[in-house]
Design a protein around this ligand. Structure first.
Ligand code: WQD
Length: 324
């Protein structure tokens, strides 16, 4: 009963690995360590491999055999939206090619249960602020497109065979469940703000004339530990789900504005911050908040943490990382 976690050395994957370890469940990690860190794995077995490489299906087959894998949680993927616009073909090779190889091996080994790391980016710029899973999927960049294509591949494979799949559409993930598992890369608002503070720079606010509570962009920030728990919750319920493929939003159902996030960082870090207003960033919806009632109904999951705890934990993990 081993769970294979691809990308288990990454920010979110490592949280899932640690939860599995705490639950006493056998786990094996596949990661190319391109952005991951073996130090996060707490001794979990690691097979270093690039899932998009030609020999990946065969190598995965050996991992499935050797570890008696019966479920897969697939995180290994690229996530920089900007790079996906500059290098779309490479992006498709990484995210869609990697998943294709994984699916080949999953089908050959007869593994049944797959949880897929998807994204709210599949919705693009919806004209509604609160989206449920039936909202139109119209991604606006190759990153979001690779996530949607991944969902389609898994949906079709699950209909054709015996796979059972849950795709989790993450909203804005932040925070740290353990101080040593913070996100070291400044790619999202919370980590960008912390990074700029350390460099003595003012955080940038991309536009303050949106039709939102204070004019700045509103997102649904979800604690990475809550998100990690969602993976285990859906994995445990896959057998009871009606459809072989289901997509689930993972968010809190509550929105926070850029300025509210900045104020929380100010409080948690004990510094005063004067953000700098700049132009809107193209492609940013004003407000994107999850209707997360489906995952609560089907898997009994709901977020336990709010913005304050997310930011507290992010600041703590950031301090911990810089003190090492
Ligand atoms: C949040 C809000 C910005 C930086 C993206 C991807 C998504 C997922 C998460 C995966 C927005 C504003 C940001 C800054 C700002 N990707 N902002 N100043 O755009 O909601 O989602 O990241 O890993 O697929 O699309 O997240 O954190 O970039 O922005 O004002 O310096 O913060 O305009 O309103 P986003 P984000």
């Amino acid at each position: 009963m081993t769970v294979l976690v691809t990308g288990g050395a990454g920010y979110i994957g490592a949280h899932v690995v640690r939860l599995l370890q705490e639950a006493g469940r056998p786990v094996v990690v596949v990661d190319d360590l391109s952005t991951g860190d073996e130090g996060r794995l707490g001794g979990a077995p690691l097979v270093r491999m690039d899932l998009s490489a030609a020999d990946a299906p065969a190598r995965l087959g050996s991992v499935f055999d050797e570890h008696e894998v019966d479920a897969v949680i697939h995180f290994a993927a690229k996530k920089e939206v900007g790079v996906s616009v500059e290098r779309p073909t490479w992006y498709y090779r990484q995210n869609v090619g990697g998943l294709t190889n994984l699916l080949d091996a999953v089908e050959a080994a007869g593994v049944r249960d797959v949880v897929f790391s998807s994204s709210a980016a599949v919705y693009g710029m919806p004209d509604i602020s609160r989206v449920d899973e039936d909202a139109e999927t119209l991604p606006i960049n190759p990153y979001g497109e690779t996530k949607l294509v991944g969902e389609w591949m898994l949906r079709d494979a699950s209909r054709a065979g015996r796979l059972r799949v849950a795709a989790l559409r993450y909203f804005n993930v932040a925070g740290a469940g353990w101080d040593d598992l913070g996100d070291p890369v400044a790619l999202n608002l919370v980590t960008i703000v912390l990074d700029r503070l350390h460099r003595g720079l003012r955080p940038l606010v991309y536009g303050d004339d949106y039709p939102t509570v204070d004019g700045t962009g509103v997102r649904d920030y979800v604690h990475v530990l809550d998100l990690a728990r969602a993976h285990l919750a859906v994995l445990d319920r896959l057998g009871e789900v009606d459809e072989p493929f289901e997509a689930f939003n993972v968010g809190t159902g509550h929105g926070a504005s850029v300025l509210q996030v900045v104020r929380e960082v100010e409080r948690a870090a004990g510094v005063s911050i004067e953000p700098e207003l700049v132009a809107r960033r193209p492609g940013d919806p004003a407000e994107l908040v999850a209707d997360a009632s489906k995952i609560q109904r089907v898997a009994g999951w709901r977020a336990e943490y709010g913005l304050e705890q997310i930011i507290d934990s992010a600041v703590r993990a950031d301090r911990f990382r810089r003190s090492r």
